[in-house]
Design a protein around this ligand. Structure first.
Ligand SMILES: [Zn+2]
Length: 129
């Protein structure tokens, strides 16, 4: 299983967290080599944003790189996935010859069980051509 970049930050070092590839955990910090639960990350992130500005709209997202030729055929499927997991946001960013799909929620990341399932679905979807 791959790990995907997220908008969450590590409670220990402040760097980007990735989705964990260890079941029952939500996130992993590649610098600290530590895994985290959704709740631990939510708390830190909320504190962080309070410091920055209270009016900043939080968006909790996962960034998924996909091959460009793949993506065009798959837009519908990504929309289905976003709907299935009640995402508030689905975006497509062109970066050179690949596409990054950003999928996210306004009120925080789901708990690890759901997050694990989302990643499984994402892996399935990326594997198709
Ligand atoms: Zn860290």
């Amino acid at each position: 299983m791959n790990t995907y970049g997220t908008s969450a930050i590590c409670p220990c070092c402040g760097k980007t967290l990735y989705t964990s590839n260890i079941p029952k955990y939500s996130f992993v910090c590649k610098d600290c080599n530590k895994n985290f639960y959704t709740k631990e990350v939510k708390d830190t992130f909320a504190e962080y944003w309070d410091e920055v500005t209270e009016s900043t709209k939080q968006l909790w997202e996962i960034n998924i790189p996909v091959a460009k030729e793949n993506q065009e055929k798959m837009v519908f499927k990504w929309k289905e996935l976003a709907k299935k997991y009640h995402c508030d946001f689905l975006g497509f960013d062109m970066i050179y010859n690949r596409v990054e799909i950003d999928i996210g929620w306004e009120n925080g990341f789901p708990e690890c069980d759901i997050l694990n399932q989302i990643i499984k679905d994402i892996e399935k979807q990326r594997g198709e051509s």
